[in-house]
Design a protein around this ligand. Structure first.
Ligand code: CA2
Length: 147
């Protein structure tokens, strides 16, 4: 089995650290990626870290992950609440999948409360800020062992 964890990020997350730091913190997505590589490397995993503002591109990444990864960590951003297509793609992916949100979505407006993706997520990481990514990798290591 692959020892690569796919880490997928949805729309607008390329702007992390530049806007709305009171909600999303001041860490940039590049800094998150570097930390993910370090944390995963320490646990014997590789990381394929991606961000897209396009729903179809995220779906293609899930399809690619099917034969190239041992788990997915996904922050679908606003597609969390709208994308049945992304939900369907994740249904085709058997290994563990962790849904991640930087902010505590349940403490926010009600439009952020009803995740479609949670229906198929193995586990959920919510509200730990940028640290959630490293924590999700550690959690993934409890589900799968690198070979
Ligand atoms: O907290 C999260 O990680 C979210 O997935 C972020 C999404 C939001 O729709 C979810 O409810 C929770 C929005 C991402 C927007 O990204 C930005 C990044 C920097 C500045 C402004 C927006």
């Amino acid at each position: 089995m692959s020892k690569t964890i796919f880490i997928l990020n949805g729309p607008n997350l390329n702007l992390l650290g530049q806007r709305e730091p009171h909600i999303y913190g001041s860490t940039t997505l590049d800094e998150i990626r570097e930390n993910c590589i370090t944390v995963a490397g320490g646990l014997g995993f590789d990381v394929d870290f991606r961000q897209s503002n396009f729903e179809g591109e995220l779906i293609e990444s899930v399809h690619q992950a099917r034969n190239a990864s041992c788990g997915i960590i996904i922050n679908p951003a606003a597609y969390t609440f709208t994308s049945i297509a992304l939900l369907d793609a994740l249904k085709t992916y058997d290994p563990p999948k962790i849904e991640l949100h930087i902010s505590n979505v349940h403490a926010r407006e009600s439009i952020y409360h009803n995740s479609l993706i949670s229906r198929v997520a193995t586990a959920i990481m919510i509200g730990f800020g940028a640290d959630g990514y490293g924590l999700a990798i550690q959690a993934m290591a409890r589900f799968v062992k690198p070979r």
